[in-house]
Design a binder for this molecule. Structure first.
Ligand code: NAD
Ligand code: DAU
Length: 361
């Protein structure tokens, strides 16, 4: 038996593959295009593990995906592959349409063709699990209840619009063709192997490297943070017990303003890796230009997955953040390795002009 993972060299995908092979003997085929966000170093510990088969490739390369499906006959496909960074989608939306919309469509087509020639039993047991985001629901006011699975889709960024389109395609392949799909819509993840363009790993990296800690606008936007391993647990549970055609919201019930997140990171870093001058890392906090169309608040109501499948997050925000900071301190070679090439160009496009004079030296 095997499962096929797409985007398994990215942040959540690599955590999923590593966890899966700790808990299961079942082989994982991992197809990833290795964009700037994909990094095989994250999967180093599986280098000699025959249960992990890595294929460099695009989810939109139908021939390659069909060959993999025919060769390994997976009982499930889990689609993590995507362009995932909101700021990049604002500056260059086209790649998001290419991968998240067209790529998901082509993947669905290829998987449908494979699924149609399975036996009736194999067909009924097959699953296509699509990993999506809470951002498809748009933005909440401070006092609104959290997003349930019935919340209207109101995506606001090119990223969330492209994910919303992919969710609709996945739904349509179930409704029209009967493909046994599952969709998860999760809140903000954090933890090991998180690419340092996203808020939490960026702040840890910048703090340790004497750079400004950039907070967009007034820092009062709210996100619902979930430790990545808890998301991986939820995906495994949905894969095994979820009902085809259903969607499941996943969240940490851990809402924080961005300013609070950054202050918490500074406090943990002050404790475990104090600045040479004895000052707090919070001195490095710098307010910068806001993200265009910045969503004010996301919050997930995870009642359905809790009640129906028995899922609960294990980590609190405090325990998860501490683990994350310690992981980054212990894995600086990984951070240095990913901060190269494309990423350096991206950082200068996004930030340098804004606060080149405000770096802490
Ligand atoms: P990521 O950007 O870290 O990783 C994406 C991976 O997909 C990379 O390894 C990249 O090389 C690969 N990839 C990109 N385009 C590809 C293509 N055309 N074909 C094959 N591989 C391709 O993203 P992530 O944070 O790990 O997110 C994974 C999934 O989870 C995404 O679908 C994202 O929308 C969703 N999600 C992320 C979060 C979060 O907080 N990070 C929360 C909810 C949902
Ligand atoms: O909600 C789930 C989503 O979470 C996922 O679908 C996305 O793939 C993932 O990237 C994440 O999106 P966000 O935009 O919420 O994450 P990001 O880490 O980019 O930003 C978190 C918040 O911090 C957001 O309100 C913007 C703010 N921010 C971000 C950066 C990079 C800053 O204030 N400064 C920064 O430098």
């Amino acid at each position: 038996m095997s499962i096929l993972i797409t985007g398994g060299a990215g942040f959540i995908g690599c955590n999923f593959v590593l966890d899966w092979l700790k808990k299961n003997e079942e082989r994982v085929i991992n197809i990833d295009a290795l964009t700037y966000a994909g990094n095989l170093m994250s999967l180093n510990e599986l280098k000699n593990d025959k249960r992990h088969i890595f294929v460099q490739g695009d989810i939109g390369d139908s021939d390659k995906v069909a060959t993999i499906l025919a060769k390994y006959k997976p009982r499930a496909v889990i689609n993590f592959a995507a362009e995932s960074h909101v700021d990049r989608s604002i500056i260059g939306p086209e790649q998001f349409i290419q991968t998240n919309v067209l790529g998901t469509f082509l993947l669905l087509e290829t998987v449908k063709t494979y699924w149609e020639q399975l036996s009736e039993l194999e067909k009924s047991e097959f699953r296509f699990l699509h990993v999506s985001t809470d951002e498809v629901y748009g933005s909440l006011e401070t006092s609104d209840p959290g997003f349930t699975e019935h919340h209207r889709y109101k995506p606001n960024s090119p990223y969330s619009a492209s994910k919303a389109a992919s969710d609709h395609l996945v739904r349509a392949y179930h409704h029209t063709y009967g493909l046994p799909v599952l969709t998860t819509n999760c809140s903000n993840n954090y933890g090991p192997f998180h690419f340092p363009e996203k808020l939490i790993p960026l702040v840890i990296y910048n703090a340790l490297n004497k750079k400004a800690l950039p907070i967009y606008g007034n820092g009062q936007q709210i996100r619902d943070w979930l430790y990545v391993k808890d998301h991986c647990n939820a995906i495994r549970l949905v894969l095994s017990k979820g009902k085809p055609g259903e969607t499941y919201n996943v969240g940490g019930s851990s809402e924080k303003t961005n300013l609070d997140v950054v202050k918490t990171l500074c406090k943990v870093l002050d404790g475990v890796s104090p600045r040479e001058d004895g000052e707090s890392y919070s001195q490095q906090i710098t307010f910068v230009r806001d993200r265009p169309g910045h969503d004010h608040r996301y919050a997930i109501d995870a009642g359905k997955i809790a009640k129906q499948l028995g899922w609960q997050p294990i980590e609190s925000f405090e325990s998860g953040i501490r683990k994350t900071v310690l992981w980054y301190l212990e894995n600086q070679p990984w951070v240095e390795a990913v901060i190269s090439g494309n990423y350096r160009d991206w950082v200068s496009t996004q930030y340098d002009k804004q606060y080149e004079n405000s770096y802490y030296r």
